[in-house]
Design a binder for this molecule. Structure first.
Ligand SMILES: [Zn+2]
Length: 315
């Protein structure tokens, strides 16, 4: 893979990787909280952008690299893989003429988001967002759609159920067998399903595997080949089943989600970044097993309590 755009010393390691003909991944190390991957797909005279970034600085670096890679193509379309701010807050820096697409639940989720205007103290330090405003998709889908750029077909696919969120979309480019998974995959990191579904997160692993991709661009972490993808799928499934098993234990023992986290043996997962997500994931499992909505602020407060300090950001 060729790294054709480097963000420079201000954003060490951030680069635009050509992962297949006309398909680029914007990879941002180390992929922890608020540091996402994005990308772009070219066809004909147009480019489709996959996600934006958390801050003005990171999104400008990404879009500058996309423009440098495709100086004579227009950014005709963009898609958000889900509503979380690390993938969407930079949307307002896309050209006004770019048609922005997302799942209908993703659009609703972003319009309810208040974090950009008043960042909660669960993370420190507060990201410097820069000059950004919320921009929600103008075009929404409920199941999927295909976009034809020249002779290239790009498929936007929704699993049909809640997984990482209730509005997840993956971007599949069949001619080169590349998929952008958004946050349905977190290689090297603790997967996060705080506002999602543990059972849906497990189901979507087989759904993505059925595409048999050659290259996988996850929402955070390094780009994967087929072997790395298979390993990540297996590890994610094992992790989600561990979350569900520990949550069932906690319910049987009358524990709170924080009590589950404090009594769980996490020694199998020390190689994954962001271990505090276990607390958030148990909250999601409790909500699913009890049939109630998750309380995001309570889950994040418990993650801070488990750590003994705010969640660390490096965005
Ligand atoms: Zn996310």
């Amino acid at each position: 893979m060729n790294a054709i755009g480097q963000a420079g010393p201000a954003l060490p390691g951030c680069r635009l990787l050509e992962v297949a003909d006309g398909v680029h991944a914007w990879v941002q190390p180390d992929g922890t909280w608020w540091i996402n991957n994005a990308g772009c797909v070219a066809g004909g005279t147009s480019v489709l952008v996959v996600d934006t970034c958390t801050t003005e600085r990171r999104t400008r670096a990404f879009l500058d690299a996309v423009t440098a890679a495709h100086p004579s193509r227009s950014l005709e379309f963009a898609v958000n893989t889900h509503h979380h701010g690390d993938h969407t807050y930079g949307n307002s820096l896309l050209p006004g003429s770019t048609r922005l697409i997302g799942h209908e639940n993703m659009r609703a989720g972003l319009l309810k988001d208040t974090t950009l205007g008043s960042f909660p103290g669960f993370w420190e330090p507060t990201p410097e967002f820069g000059d950004l405003t919320l921009r929600a998709p103008e075009l929404t889908i409920s199941s999927g759609m295909s976009i034809h750029l020249g002779d290239r077909r790009i498929e936007l696919l929704h699993p049909g159920y809640t997984a990482h969120t209730d509005g997840d979309v993956i971007v599949w480019i069949p001619d080169v067998r590349v998929v952008f998974t958004g946050d349905l995959l977190f290689p090297g990191h603790t997967p996060m399903i705080m506002v999602g579904s543990p059972s849906g997160a497990i189901d979507c692993l087989g759904w993505m595997a059925s595409l048999r991709p050659a290259v996988v661009v996850p929402g955070h972490g390094e780009v994967l080949d087929a072997a790395g993808f298979a390993e990540t799928l297996a590890e994610h499934e094992r992790y989600y089943r561990f979350v569900l098993a520990e949550s069932r234990r906690g319910l049987a023992e009358g524990l709170t989600p924080l009590g589950v986290a404090r009594s769980a043996d996490l020694s199998d997962w020390t190689h994954l970044l962001d271990p505090e997500r276990f607390v958030l994931n148990v909250h999601a499992a409790y909500a699913e097993l009890n049939g109630v909505p998750v309380v995001r602020s309570a889950a994040l407060a418990d993650a801070v309590a488990w750590l003994g300090h705010p969640i660390v950001t490096r965005v």
